[in-house]
Design a protein around this ligand. Structure first.
Ligand code: FAD
Length: 392
């Protein structure tokens, strides 16, 4: 009998498994339909021995001391501040737009005060900011919007910024100084031995069993458990009762090159050229020394694995219908980016999982023991668990 069946071995599922097993002495079964743990943060050594992120570059950054300290129990860190260049008008310029971006692009020698005046002179008046286009043109004007944002957003989302919620471009700041870091969070670092190693340590406890290559639909009627933690897509859980929640997907094209270094920055964005949006060079993120280098191209697409919830009003309304069902489902807890249909960074998902753990412990302290929600054959569980590799 498991106390919890956890669907998904990403950040949400693995953090909850760790807390429940080690702090509350609960028996936990974690299932994932993929052949590895770590969800989208999964990294591995490719055939040339270079550490790569299978699902695109994952950079850890947070302002939360609690989240950073919690994860530090499972990994050492490599200090790392992320930097991005954008290829625009045949030049490589810092992204987010800063003082150097403007000076290099226009051949100017402005200082911070002058560039602020420059932005003010080109910014358009937008009475009510509603869309992603409004956000950008009201800050840096139409020309920079066209050069840096419009085509990038069209590639990334398959939609014009004027059709997308303001939240998409609000995330990207504009700076009047020379700070070229992509993030300004207090804690910026990469797990020293990679994300997957960190997840192995999170899940390494006698109370935790992991079953990979397993869709929860295939086992949930046979495995006895009391409660479920669900980190998969919420619409799938309810058999798409109200229709599919729209996602944008990506195709990752990984390559190893016979050269020690390739890009001028860890990531180069291509707003206007090529079908891909950006290229990442992994050794720049991981600090690995190797005579070859590994890169990944990202090609946005409409179909495929669900990566980015599409931020439009009608989608939020559709999600709210599923959320109502989720709230009314007893003994199932929905957590993580797919179960709550929201783009979250890794640290936000860890925080969400830690908050749910606190709620669960408060709840179990209040409640008397009760009957299992679903029951099945324990013999089968032992067999299924024994068959499933616990490590990728
Ligand atoms: C391209 C890309 C780049 C990103 N870069 C960053 C970054 O630089 N920094 C950052 O902080 N965040 C980044 N993120 C976000 C980060 O990936 C998420 O915050 C994090 O992975 C969310 O964890 P999760 O556990 O909610 O979901 P996931 O990691 O997706 O885990 C959910 C798991 O559930 C499993 N699952 C789904 N359905 C079923 C089922 N039916 N049965 C069994 N298992 C199932 C899935 O296989 C998956 O492994 C990026 C995301 C993407 C897409």
């Amino acid at each position: 009998m498991f106390d919890y069946l956890i669907v998904g071995a990403g950040f949400a599922g693995s953090v909850l498994a760790e807390r429940l097993a080690t702090r509350s002495n609960k028996k936990v079964l974690v299932v994932d339909k993929r052949n590895h743990i770590a969800g989208n943060a999964y990294d591995h050594y490719n055939e040339d021995g270079i550490l790569v992120h299978k699902y695109g570059p994952h950079i850890f950054h947070t302002n939360s001391k609690d989240v950073f300290e919690y994860l530090s129990n499972f990994t050492d860190w490599r200090p790392y501040e992320h930097r991005v260049l954008a290829s625009v008008d045949g030049q490589m310029v810092p992204m987010p737009i800063n003082l150097d971006t403007i000076n290099k692009l226009y051949g100017l020698k402005l200082n911070s005060f002058e560039v602020e005046e420059f932005f003010e002179s080109v910014a358009e008046k937008v009475p009510v900011i509603k869309t992603s286009e409004d956000v950008v043109v009201s800050k840096v004007g139409r020309e920079l919007y066209e050069k840096f944002f419009r085509n990038y957003t069209r590639k990334q989302w398959g939609m014009d910024p004027s059709e997308l919620d303001k939240s998409v471009t609000s995330r990207v700041p504009t700076r009047t100084n020379r700070d070229d870091r992509y993030f300004t969070d207090t804690y910026q670092a990469m797990p020293l031995h990679g994300y997957t190693r960190m997840f192995e340590r999170l899940l390494d406890h006698p109370n935790i069993k992991v079953m990979l290559n397993t869709d929860y639909h295939d086992i949930m009627d046979f495995i006895p458990f009391k409660e479920m933690i669900f980190t998969g897509p919420v619409d799938e859980f309810f058999d798409f009762k109200y229709g599919k929640l729209p996602y944008r997907s990506l195709e990752f094209k990984h390559e190893t090159l016979n050269t020690e270094n390739y890009l001028a920055a860890p990531v180069v964005n291509y707003p206007n050229d090529n079908l891909y949006t950006r290229i990442t060079e992994f050794k720049a993120l991981t600090g690995q020394q190797h005579p070859k280098t590994a890169i990944v191209y990202e090609y946005p697409k409409a179909e495929g694995d669900p990566y980015y919830p599409v931020p439009r009003l009608e989608n939020a309304e559709l999600y709210n219908k599923y959320k109502k069902l989720a709230d009314e489902t007893p003994n199932v807890h929905f957590v993580g980016r797919l179960a709550t249909y929201k783009y979250y960074n890794m640290d936000q998902v860890v925080a969400q999982a830690l908050t749910l753990y606190k709620k669960l412990t408060e709840k179990s302290a209040e409640e008397a023991p009760r009957k299992p929600a679903i029951s099945g054959s324990t013999e089968l569980v032992e067999k299924l668990v024994a068959r499933s590799p616990s490590k990728p």
